[in-house]
Design a protein around this ligand. Sequence first.
Ligand SMILES: *Cc1c(COP(=O)(O)O)cnc(C)c1O
Length: 398
Amino acid sequence: MEKPAILGGTPVRDNKIFYGRQWVDEDDIKAVADVLRGPYITCGPKVEEAERVLEKYTGAKHAVVCNSGTSALHCACIAAGIGEGDEVITTPITFAASANCALYCGARPVFADIDPETYNIDPASIRKCITDKTKAVIAVDYTGQAVKVDEIRAICDEFGLIFIEDAAHSIGTKYNGKYVGNLADMTCFSFHPVKTVTAGEGGAILTNDDELYKKLVLAHAHGITHDEDMMEDAPHEGIWYYEEISLGYNYRMTDFQAALLISQMKKIDSFVARRKEIVKRYDEAFANVPGIIVQKNIPESDTSRHLYVIRLDLDKLTCTRREFFDAMSAENVQCQIHYVPVYWFPYYRHLGYEKGLCPNAEEVYKGIMSIPLYPQMSDKDVEDTIHAVTKLATYYAK
Ligand SMILES: *Cc1c(COP(=O)(O)O)cnc(C)c1O
């Protein structure tokens, strides 16, 4: 049996690899530099072009790009009319922004539990969380796997709720053959560097609904309109005139970020293909490793995986998750944990949320660990990661 590096053995590799990283090439850099040399570095033609690219890719009618995935979620909540006294149902196994966006609007996030095999929000639990204050469901495609769209759609229709999909992980995923972005009432993407395509920082909201689209445009740019049909005081004094007709924010994306996004979108198919290839290799390699549980993928979801999450079966191992994580670092394979249940954080605790709220989420959290997954990984990086996981699972087997 091989000795873990943390106990004095030889690490599986000499240089460290991380759980995720962006892939920016010379074409991307040129695209950004060209914009910086030109007349518009913000509010220019690249922003609109990026929106058309996202519409074409997903099949959705409208896209609004903005400066982060978080602001995309905030805009979606504003467009959904979420406000003081409302409740918004989401999952605890997500980045905090999925719930924070409800708080920004004065609403209360309500946490539904997850499916213990897919780790996505469980529609049956959503149903149990619905009250007469519920306004929307923010369902997160955790690791890139689409949520149970049909079931959530049916629940939202039955109770008159807005279905917002937090697709920060899932650009490129298809559900029953249709791209994420073209499924929920509104879908939010993130273009943070660890995500599948990047704009440095950035986000987008996609919708097929003309009314929601108008509200999204206002929310992300000061609530200002140049459209005379939308103005209260038109006809107006001159062509310079615009009106603020609602309270909005400055959540705009710059033109050089939009140029980066457009350039990255040209490569999304190859990024997704490489991610799928690595996931297939991991799934095969871990299928029969005692102590390692592989995430279940529902057949409806043709998944573009953003994260590869292994779950340690701690009953079958002599180590803790912390020890396994530290041992992986010593092998020079840097993992990460996605995510601490959102309502465990002190800010949420002070709002009155208590541990024990979502038992499946808390149980799954104890064992999960994201191992490296990004398109630029070499086959050797992939095999080293598999080697490290199997080496440690074997050493720590009960
Ligand atoms: C990254 C992420 C966000 C926020 O996106 P930013 O672009 O970083 O603001 C929201 N939800 C989930 C699930 C994420 O992973």
